[in-house]
Design a protein around this ligand. Structure first.
Ligand code: IP8
Length: 244
């Protein structure tokens, strides 16, 4: 089993509300396996712009409800764009929207994922709006789903596609930043903790990745170079970070 997250900054331009990167997604889809695959995608500018504006992570307030619906609509729109491309590439993907699958605060129900995979489908889930047992409303990040899928399926490889070459020792935008090719799960990395996303930014992501590395070999790769992912899938060396 292979578990892949297409990060929001790869599939969309995070600076422009709802700017989809169709060609990039098509190139990624072109190198994906057609079965034994679990797919997750992030929100990018389809999710984070409005999630921030409506302060969804702070929980329910009456004035937010239309905003919550709008984010749900935008995420389904993004998901449908990706789903169409996957199917055009002959990948039998089936969309599994988290907000209709479980309540945050409960354990996500994995039965549907198992059922789909056993029938050779490729489940496609995503960071989403979600109802929360105590807060009322919340954002469910794609990374949270990655963790639960990794725990459940213990994939041979887990791949995070991002807009940079991997994990760096400091913010990759800063001069002198070095790519960390191998990160040991038990070693606290020296890296940037700048928070950009409503769901926690790179620090939270690295924490999740290190946790996933208990169950799977984790790779952080540049999604704009899908040939690198192809190499990882083929068991070859490439540019990126592996967490062991
Ligand atoms: O980009 C967040 O998912 P992520 C989804 O995986 C929304 O953190 C709706 C902001």
């Amino acid at each position: 089993m292979i578990l892949i997250k297409m990060g929001g900054s790869v599939i969309s331009d995070k600076g422009k509300y709802k700017k989809f990167r169709e060609e990039t997604v098509r190139r990624i889809a072109g190198v994906l396996p057609k079965k034994e695959l679990l797919l997750v995608h992030g929100g990018g500018s389809f999710g984070h712009v409005l999630a921030h504006k409506y302060r969804i992570r702070e929980g329910y307030e009456k004035w937010k409800i239309l905003g919550f619906s709008e984010i749900g609509r935008d995420m389904e729109e993004l998901n449908l764009k990706i789903l169409k491309i996957l199917i055009e590439e002959k990948i039998p993907a089936v969309s599994i929207p988290p907000h209709a699958l479980f309540l945050m605060g409960d354990e996500p129900n994995m039965d549907i994922f198992h059922f789909a995979v056993d029938l050779d489908f490729v489940p496609l889930t995503f960071g989403d709006i979600i109802f929360h047992r105590s807060k009322g409303i919340e954002i469910c990040s794609g990374d949270y789903l990655m963790l639960h899928l990794a725990r459940e399926f213990k994939p041979e490889k887990t791949i995070f596609l991002t807009d940079v070459d991997g994990i760096y020792d400091k913010d990759p935008g800063e001069p002198g930043a070095k790519l960390i090719s191998v990160l040991e799960r038990n070693v606290e990395p020296e890296t940037s903790t700048k928070v950009k996303d409503v769901t926690g930014g790179i620090a939270y992501k690295i924490e999740i990745m290190r946790e996933i590395a208990r169950y799977s070999k984790v790779y952080v790769l540049n999604g704009f170079h899908p040939e690198r992912m192809k190499k990882v899938l083929d068991g070859e060396e490439t540019i990126g970070t592996v967490i062991i």
